[in-house]
Design a protein around this ligand. Structure first.
Ligand SMILES: [Zn+2]
Length: 316
């Protein structure tokens, strides 16, 4: 990610929120094998570690190409085709070739539910920034969601999109001295622009964005730009799944890859834990010591619980 659009926008929505338990690290995951079709956090954790091992993975780099190859191999192992949506982004450092990766699980309808997240890491020259939460956790989450959802019955087509170029090349998150040219969210802006051009935005009924979901000290607040009904569905699913403590009913406003979708009229929710001391930390340590399998498991289970309810809402 990303930045907090307005720190002052953090407001207490419910006085009796569940935040009392926030700050506690999640319990380690149970050792029993997950049921077939369940979210397997062990696999997601392995994906996260593999991507972190590749090293810093900024847009346009050879290491991000390696990351794409890793994602593609994981999906090929399940006979799933990975489509590459290639484009050239005009950035403050010049033209950069970028690639969004897309996997589709066809449903009974061609109308789609999107699951999105970025897989690049912020270019930070002063340190070895491996983006364990900021980049790897979202990419790993999408991989395991595909595996967990692929054999489940579904009405809608599910589309999983690994977005390139979410991170800004400049230190800040803005136009970087180039009015009218945002230096961020290159992949999501391109995806939406391409869908508009193809006249297919109307078939996208919901977009579930994940970003920075690996934090050991997990706390995901309601992102206030996000579509209300979709946020409500996810937060209700969190409570039902027994994970309400990690999804407090508090609001914060964050700019992220969901914004281009929202601007195109597509219902979107940003599931993000930006309350993370190591976020874009120039010296330390968005690495394996600050993320956990337990957090991936919680977020994965919440999304798995929310998906049938998103379908139900859309079919109403
Ligand atoms: Zn970031």
């Amino acid at each position: 990610m990303t930045r907090i659009a307005s720190i002052g926008a953090i407001v207490l929505v419910a006085a009796a929120c569940l935040g009392a338990q926030a700050g506690k690290a999640p319990a380690p995951p149970a050792k029993s094998a997950p049921a077939a079709g369940a979210f397997n956090s062990t696999r997601a954790w392995d994906d996260l570690k593999q991507m972190v091992t590749i090293g810093p993975r900024p847009a346009g780099s050879a290491t991000l190409r390696q990351t794409r190859a890793y994602i593609t191999r994981q999906m090929s192992a399940f006979n799933l085709k990975v489509e590459e949506q290639t484009f050239t982004a005009d950035t403050p450092i010049g033209k950069v070739d970028m690639v969004n990766l897309i996997v589709r699980l066809p449903g009974k309808r061609t109308d789609r539910i999107l699951f999105t997240g970025h897989y690049d890491t912020k270019p930070i020259r002063t340190s070895t920034f491996v983006g364990a939460s900021d980049g790897a956790s979202s990419a790993a989450m999408l991989l395991e969601l595909v595996r967990a959802l692929k054999d489940k019955p579904r009405e809608f087509t599910y589309e999983f999109v690994w977005l390139d170029g979410e991170e800004a090349f400049c230190a800040s998150w803005d136009e970087c001295g180039r009015p009218g040219s945002p230096d961020n969210t290159y992949g999501s802006r391109y995806y939406v622009q391409a869908a508009k051009k193809a006249g297919t935005t109307g078939s996208i009924k919901a977009n579930v964005l994940v970003d920075m979901v690996g934090d050991k000290d997990l706390r995901i607040m309601r992102e206030s730009k996000s579509t209300k009904w979709l946020t409500d569905v996810v937060w209700a699913a969190a409570k039902r799944a027994g994970h309400g403590a990690y999804f407090p009913d508090r609001a914060t406003e964050i700019e992220d890859d969901h914004v281009p979708f929202l601007e195109a009229g597509i219902a979107s929710v940003d599931i993000i834990d930006l309350d993370y001391a190591y976020w874009h930390n120039m010296t330390c340590c968005d690495d394996l010591t600050r993320v956990s399998e337990a957090s991936l498991k919680i977020v994965g289970e919440v999304i798995m619980a929310a998906v049938p309810d998103i379908e139900k809402y859309l079919l109403k």
